[in-house]
Design a protein around this ligand. Structure first.
Ligand code: NAP
Length: 246
């Protein structure tokens, strides 16, 4: 039986690369996205061509009712859930704290932190009920260590919360054989930079990376999928930097 994997934010970038890789590795996939329907359809088609059963599930992770809708669709289609890549996330325009208002901070934390926690909660409930364990990989960021002052410290703080959440949840569910880890990507070429108003950001900052280059979404997807696999069976609570040394 193929394990069932939910990927939030699977329409573009890192989530899309994880979906394509997971299909090749034998997972069936629930592919969540919020706006990018055409891109999500293209990812789903590529996964199906590699033999995966794919459920496209649109839903905003900042909205608890929409999260419930995503899980209801998964329950109806697959009746189980074995793995989660908690990947949906946003940045915002470059700004200092003095330029940030309450609405910006709320949106950042609603999507990047509370959304990720509620998605993980629903996944854990299903994994515990199945009684066969499970695996969760949260997508953090090197920003959680770097702080991102004068760029987007709200984003960095949201990802630091994900690192802490990863450790806490891993302790809570380890005895249920549910492993929980985080991956901290560095500067990766994806649409996220353009969405934050800086399309050339990865190229502009590549000189700050010890390896002197930006990374690709596939270079994040490979270690994420390794953490999901039995190869990583004694790893939990860990946070893995995938940053070219940054
Ligand atoms: P991306 O290409 O912009 O992908 C983000 C994905 O998240 C898209 O599928 C987007 O869907 C989805 N999404 C955004 N808000 C959502 C919401 N409220 N509900 C549901 N889905 C939502 O960016 P990416 O670079 O691959 O980012 C993936 C993760 O990696 C994020 O958590 C990001 O913080 C993290 N990361 C990225 C980098 C980097 O340099 N790229 C570095 C460190 C960490 P729609 O487009 O359909 O809205």
């Amino acid at each position: 039986m193929r394990p069932v994997l939910l990927i939030t934010g699977g329409s573009t970038g890192i989530g899309a690369a994880c979906a394509r890789g997971a299909a090749r590795q034998g997972y069936d996939i629930a592919l969540n996205y919020r706006n990018s329907e055409a891109e999500a359809n293209a990812v789903a088609d590529a996964c199906r061509a590699d033999g995966a059963r794919v459920l496209l599930c649109r839903g905003d992770v900042a909205d608890p009712a929409e999260i419930n809708g995503v899980f209801a669709a998964i329950d109806a289609e697959f009746r189980r859930l074995d793995a989660l890549i908690n990947n949906a996330g946003i940045v915002d325009q470059t700004a200092t704290l003095t330029q940030m208002d309450h609405a910006r901070l709320r949106r950042m934390f609603d999507i990047n932190v509370i959304g990720a926690m509620l998605v993980a909660k629903e996944a854990v409930l299903r994994m515990q009920a199945q009684g066969e364990g499970g695996v969760i990989v949260n997508i953090s960021s090197a920003a959680a260590r770097l702080g991102s002052g004068k760029q987007y410290l709200d984003y960095a703080a949201s990802k630091a919360a994900i690192d802490c959440f990863t450790k806490g949840l891993s302790d809570e569910v380890a005895a249920d054989n549910i492993r929980v880890m985080a991956v901290r990507p560095g500067l990766i070429e994806t649409p996220i930079h353009a969405k934050g108003g800086e399309p050339g950001r990865a190229d502009k900052l590549a000189h700050m990376v010890p390896m002197q280059r930006k990374g690709t979404a596939e270079e994040i997807a490979r270690p994420v999928l390794w953490l999901l696999s039995e190869e990583a069976s004694y790893i939990t609570g860990s946070t893995l930097d995938v940053t070219g040394g940054r």
